[in-house]
Design a protein around this ligand. Structure first.
Ligand SMILES: [Zn+2]
Length: 341
């Protein structure tokens, strides 16, 4: 272990005030953030193990909705949860939009896909806070030259959370990017030959636009290094996007028919207000109508994947049902309920 790694895993390396600040300001991370490690390395029948302490920021909203949709389709059996083996790659994939660099998980070949990385969690937190500070400065924008973590939360890839990339964005533009993302991940999910292709060589024009120099393979982009099913991880990133679109801080929907009125943009939102729209009522799917709609939409997408339905049919489901716009949708804004004072 290098000195640097040891320093990073020192529980004192993370400031509780910093963590509290992050919890308050950026709750649309529904992430388990490692807060240090109680390295209880013990010998049990020759196996060394260590216990790491983890604090969840936000609630396991994405995991819970995904778990329910997987059960609806039979991809997960009734007694299993999102942390059981059949769900691993879906769970990793549904995290990907929030953690596209896979910092929060250990990536070694022998590590379980859901094993948390303490050092990576600290790195994640610091990079995130630094980008958040920069993003607030007028004129700052993040794009293809920036790291994925920053692009996803504060830059050109904010459509990964069903949000616009700036104030005043035409909702048809946001929707176009959402559909382009769906086209990419559905291609990956249904065409195994794409997994080993360098990302910049994927034959879709939007992929070259987003990742012009990305020499890693598609599997590596989605965090599959040793084992792992890139098809499920890629598809789950679409589930994340769809789930976010039912959170009121991300997307405003018509109170009657559920059509999209506005994709919000994050830069002028108040983090705490945004957070309220991300929560399950009493932590319960049944009490949260929008969460049940998200389950239904995710179930429909997974069923199409199971049937190996065409991209054309999935596109129609997304464009004309899940993300149907009202007749006169608004350009993006923070949204009156979520704007910072
Ligand atoms: Zn999100």
């Amino acid at each position: 272990m290098s000195d640097e790694h040891q320093a990073a895993t020192d529980p004192k390396a993370i400031d509780p005030a910093e963590l509290a600040d992050l919890t308050r300001a950026f709750p649309h991370l529904h992430l388990p953030i490692p807060i240090g490690t109680e390295r209880k390395a013990s010998e049990i029948a020759g196996i060394r193990y260590s216990v790491e302490s983890v604090l969840s920021i936000g609630e396991p909203v994405h995991e819970t909705i995904t778990e329910r949709a997987l059960k609806n389709t039979g991809l997960l059996s009734a007694g299993e949860t999102y942390s059981d083996q059949p769900a691993w790659d879906f769970t990793r994939g549904v995290f990907w939009n929030d953690d596209p660099e896979g910092l929060l998980f250990q990536s070694g070949a022998e590590a379980l896909p859901l094993a948390i990385s303490v050092a990576g969690g600290i790195q994640f937190l610091r990079a995130f806070k630094q980008a958040a500070r920069l993003a607030k400065q007028p004129g700052t924008s993040f794009g293809t030259e920036d790291r994925l973590l920053v692009r996803s939360h504060f830059g050109d890839l904010q459509f990964l959370h069903a949000m616009a990339s700036r104030d005043g964005e035409d909702p048809r533009q946001t929707l176009t990017w959402i559909l382009e993302w769906a086209e990419l991940v559905y291609a990956v999910a249904t065409r195994p030959e794409l997994a080993e292709l360098p990302v910049c060589e994927v034959p879709l024009s939007q992929v070259r636009r987003w990742f012009p120099k990305e020499a890693r393979t598609v599997a590596e982009l989605f965090g599959v290094c040793g084992g792992g099913k890139v098809q499920q991880r890629a598809l789950a990133s679409l589930l994340h996007l769809v789930q976010d679109s039912y959170a009121s801080g991300h997307t405003a929907r018509h109170s009657g028919d559920g059509r999209v009125v506005e994709f919000h943009s994050y830069v002028h939102q108040d983090g705490g207000r945004h957070a309220q729209g991300d929560k399950l009522i009493d932590g319960c799917l049944e009490k949260t109508p929008a969460a049940l709609q998200a389950v239904a939409s995710c179930t429909a997408i997974l069923q199409m994947y199971q049937r190996k339905d065409s991209w054309q049919n999935l596109m129609v489901l997304l464009r004309d049902q899940i993300f149907e716009l009202t007749d006169y949708p608004n350009p993006s804004s923070a949204g009156a309920e979520f704007a910072a004072d």
